[in-house]
Write a protein that binds this ligand. Structure first.
Ligand SMILES: Cc1ncc(COP(=O)(O)O)c(C=O)c1O
Length: 379
């Protein structure tokens, strides 16, 4: 019996220690954790530089509130904006959902009416408004179904027809590489349509980089794989070094949409999370991005022997044959010392740390294939 709400199916183990890519349970068993806190731990568990920065900050203070400036907030915000190559400002949040909420507030402060476009399988969060633009009917419909939100499929003709016919579009939300939705990449033709119709329809373009940002795909922001110029960028997950922190980056004309009192948060940005975030950002440079791209290729070369490999850089999914997927449960991997996340469409998602090595990938691959062999020999 647990008093914790049953909204997740938890692994039947108790983790007592974590380091790098590994965790250990209370019986001393070691596992490789491919969740990385659902993409939060960009440099693995307990990365010394990050943890040290947090500890040092805690010696100064744990929390102040937004009425006082914080040096780390300035440094983190400046870097996040500069990586877009444009001018802007950051509103800090505690989570991805809150970052989506912030973006929606910017949209509605700027455009009181008009359709909000999202895509099927976009994931933007679980609070009521962020859920309202999340393209998973099973998660959304029992709670919220807003008439002004439209979900388009990744179908070029459907998207073109919609953008041609609908004159009143306030905003378009994109997640260029679906994280929870199965690692589909936005088709280049749809990007071209968005770029073509943006000045015609005058909509606000929001790139959700909560999961794909901060180097995860081999570029600082995943939208930079495309010729895209979002007005708002949402972030969370890795930016707090493991502690809750997110951000809504408001660029160019949108930098000053919010004025004093328009938005706020008691907790965000937490100073300790900001110190962690500053340390994380200090580790993300051209060399690291090159490493991510390189390791992504190694991952792909190993796992493509087993099925379809999706994604970019170190945001990866492996889709096995349907027959194999049906037989697999997370417990099978657990028995081989591997913690994996089986997400929608039977895709197994890997969010390995950005500093992963070839040897690490080989160990993951070895345990993964050992699981598949064990499962197929038991049938
Ligand atoms: C792309 C994307 N946006 C938003 C969110 C919501 O973030 P949070 O769970 O921090 O609210 C997530 C969470 O997985 C996500 O992957």
């Amino acid at each position: 019996m647990s008093y914790v709400a049953d909204t997740y199916s938890r692994f039947p183990i108790r983790i007592v220690k974590a380091n790098g890519m590994n965790v250990w349970d209370d019986e001393g068993r070691e596992y490789i954790d491919t969740f990385m806190g659902i993409g939060v731990l960009l440099f693995g568990h307990n990365y010394p530089v990050v943890v040290q920065a947090m500890k040092q900050k805690m010696d100064h203070y744990v929390h102040l509130s937004n009425f006082f400036a914080d040096d780390d907030a300035e440094v983190v915000a400046e870097r996040l904006v500069k990586e877009t190559g444009r001018n802007g400002k950051v509103f800090f949040t505690n989570s991805g959902a809150e970052s989506s909420e912030c973006a929606l507030k910017v949209v509605r402060k700027t455009k009181k009416s008009g359709k909000i476009v999202s895509f099927v399988k976009n994931f933007h969060g679980r609070t009521m408004k962020s859920l309202s633009i999340t393209g998973f009917d099973n998660l959304r419909k029992q709670f919220v179904d807003e008439k002004d939100v439209v979900f388009l499929p990744y179908d070029v003709n459907v998207v073109e027809e919609f953008l041609e016919k609908e004159s009143d579009i306030a905003a378009v939300f994109i997640e260029v590489l679906h994280g929870s939705g199965g690692l589909d990449l936005i088709p280049t033709k749809i990007v071209e349509l968005i770029n073509h119709y943006k000045p015609i329809r005058n909509f606000i373009l929001i790139a959700d980089e909560v999961q794909s940002g901060l180097g995860r795909t081999g570029k600082f922001y995943a939208y930079q794989h495309f010729d895209l110029k979002p007005d708002l960028v949402t972030l969370a997950k890795g930016i707090g070094g493991g502690l809750p922190l997110g951000g809504c980056i408001m660029l160019d004309d949108f930098s000053d949409v919010f004025v004093n009192g328009d938005h706020g948060s008691t907790f965000a940005p937490n100073p300790v999370a900001l110190a962690g975030g500053r340390a994380v950002l200090s580790l993300i440079n051209d060399e690291l991005l090159e490493h991510v791209r390189e390791m992504g290729k190694i991952f792909e070369s190993r796992f493509s022997a087993l099925g379809e490999v999706r994604g970019l850089g170190l945001m990866r999914g492996v889709r096995l044959a349907d027959e194999t997927t049906k037989k697999l449960a997370k417990e099978h991997f657990l028995n081989q010392g591997l913690l994996v996340n089986i997400i929608s469409n039977g895709v197994i998602r890997f969010l390995l740390p950005l500093n992963v090595t070839v040897e690490d990938i080989d160990t993951v691959f070895y345990r993964f294939t050992a699981t598949l062999e064990k499962v197929s020999s038991n049938v």
